[in-house]
Write a protein that binds this ligand. Sequence first.
Ligand code: BGC
Length: 512
Amino acid sequence: MGKVGVALAAGCAAAACVVAAVMVGRSVRRRRGWRRVVRVLEELEEGCATTVGRLRQVVDAMAVEMHAGLASEGGSKLKMLLTYVHDLPTGNEKGIYYALDLGGTNFRVLRVKLGGQRCIIEHDVDLQPIPQHLMTSSSVELFDFIATSLKDFVEREENISEPSQRERRELGFTFSFPVKQTSSSSGTLMKWTKGFSIEDAVGRDVSQCLQEALSRKGLDMQVTVLINDTVGTLALGHYHDEDTVAAVIIGTGTNACYLERADAIIKCQGLLTTSAGMVINMEWGNFWSSHLPRTPYDAELDADSPNPNDQGFEKMISGMYLGDIVRRVILRMSQESDVFGPVSSKLHEPFILRTPMVAAMHEDDSSNLNEVAQILKDTLEIPDVPLNVRKLVVKVCDVVTRRAARLAAAGIVGILKKIGRDGNSGMTGGKTKGGSRIKMRRTVVAVEGGLYANYTMFREYLNEAMRQILGEDVAPYVILNVTNDGSGIGAALLAASHSASTITENTNFIVI
Ligand code: BGC
């Protein structure tokens, strides 16, 4: 070989070495990067751990806080609000009633025709998105908008079907925010949740705000009941199944209500002398306990929210927040390594990843996880994510959703414990000390909200946790029943059962 040949060969060898070194370097970096994101995932799993032991601690804490919230005003972060709903629909209600359901990004108006004998003859619904600017405007603007839509709906409906027989149309108003009720048809807004923030409405009677807006628009309609969406769900659940004792919503926000004995509501003794019980709106979204598995992502989400230190349970469970927890984890992973490529600016945008997208990624059953790739690309502008990284994203969705579902299950069992239906208390217990069996009472909890109704993995995790906490002997007696549109239909049912014209024939005082 001549000199030139030797030089050429040496050059090629050197180039090959450089290429090899670059490739080795890249693969070492890739491996290190991969190890770092796996570590982030492991930390997340540890932080979100919900062993059955921990869930039982949450159950106990929920029951303790319920007692404290019933004992005195401000006694707990659980507000345990009085609803003044002492009686639930019997099934005998008849007539045409309207309902207005405000509690999320949409509001709905309904016209419900009841035929007695637990028969809902007709039910027409109109759904409208609330323009974003109205969620932070003034109460007059918001209520005028709602009253106008309601008036249009009533006029449309009464043109095509028979008008209401009553002198004055009656309306059940579902307002799904914390309200301090002064009666079953009035109450003042305590605070906003779920992204609403209309300062001048806080402290005002929302029923009156609506009634005034209806008068301004010339609509002759009476707000017969003002309720929380959980109470509507309980009313509908109870209408179909009298063993229904509680209702839970797991949607954009989360909350629960249940039937409580009057003598257990210590903070208002004297007020309740004529009734056996009352529905209590727990506002469980604000529940807090040191046993809740909290991660740095939860702390950051809370600090960045418009209501820090508030709605802690809701921020771990509900649809408004799960997507944003997942976004924060992916951002951290992306900052820790380049497995997602350069950090996408979209990862810094709060609430860009919505919970339905988390559900779609979590439940992607294609072999290549095409849906995951699509959502990462379209929503987070992260293209070409390799399969192993897509799997990692699915795992993040799984961890965050599983924790949420299991905590919601612990919350439900907490309520059952408080009312002696968890199989461990007194006469409802599954077994006596001697081991002989005691008859359990069938206990139904009405459940609504997209997370439970439409997100299969969430529902399965929640059901599984219920069985684990309650145990195989007791779990079969506890039935979670998905109701459909309790927040709307339930409001119409309660308007009917609280209507002056039907109150005597339809009263079904709560017997606990
Ligand atoms: C509200 C509750 C409501 C729940 C479900 C929460 O943010 O505070 O009043 O019941 O969302 O809609």
